[in-house]
Design a binder for this molecule. Structure first.
Ligand code: SF4
Length: 226
């Protein structure tokens, strides 16, 4: 994609959805962090179902800590890796209470120190809660960036760096949401909807036609959901 293509690509996505939002349900920065931590290898819909009752009982790190691993596990047992996620969430709450006064820190360094919080989760929190122009590369963004030619790369970090470099400044804060939603509902893994895709004119694959037998890059399928 040329810089001109990229400008049109994002202008089109923005015109259709000027204020894109995450599909995770949360009412505080802490709940956002917890929901993202629970969302690895799970869909947002399944996380929202589990957190509806969990957050009603434990809306703060201290209240979550008070529940303990077993009770938290009971609330989230319908999502993958629930036991490990429950342990990580409780350990994270312990650090938030002991080291951060019960408040979610605003720096990447501090966020990535929390158990179960990697670069992707930190990027989501920095972007959604604090408005930073980060781009958390999940399986959808990885696919769209590679297929469209927006920011090709063999691994998530390369794609993330490519996006930060190539996405024009006015679109950076919301690019993460537009790309996820586009990948989830239009540029789908096995059957991309190129025929009805609003950005086909500027997409390398859509313009040229997807190669026969094109399949989802498998690198991220086994490790990330959504
Ligand atoms: S034209 Fe096809 S490959 Fe390109 S972004 Fe749209 S759905 Fe994806």
């Amino acid at each position: 994609m040329t810089p001109d293509d990229i400008e049109h690509f994002f202008a089109t996505l923005r015109a259709a959805n000027p204020r894109p939002q995450t599909e995770l349900v949360y009412t505080s920065v802490f709940e956002l962090l917890a929901a993202v931590l629970l969302s690895a290898q799970a869909t947002d819909v399944s996380v929202n179902k589990a957190t509806r009752t969990l957050f009603a009982r434990a809306p703060t790190p201290q209240r979550m800590l008070d529940l303990g691993v077993d009770v938290v596990s009971g609330h989230i047992r319908t999502i993958g890796l629930f036991r490990t996620k429950a342990k990580n969430l409780i350990a994270t709450c312990g650090i938030l209470v002991q080291q951060h006064g019960g408040v979610v820190p605003r720096t990447r360094e501090a966020l990535e120190q929390l158990p179960g919080v990697g670069r992707k989760t930190a990027n989501v929190v920095l972007n959604v809660a604090f408005g930073e122009p980060t781009c958390a590369v999940d399986t959808h963004i990885f696919r769209v960036a590679n297929r469209s030619g927006l920011a090709p790369g063999k691994d998530p970090l390369t794609v993330e760096m490519g996006l930060l470099e190539r996405v024009p400044a006015p679109y950076r804060e919301d690019a993460h949401h537009w790309l996820i939603l586009h990948g989830r509902y239009v540029c789908q893994a096995r059957q991309p909807q190129c025929g009805v895709c609003s950005v086909r004119t500027w997409c390398d694959a859509g313009r040229d036609g997807l190669p026969a037998g094109w399949l989802e890059p498998r690198r991220l399928q086994s490790s990330e959901g959504g």
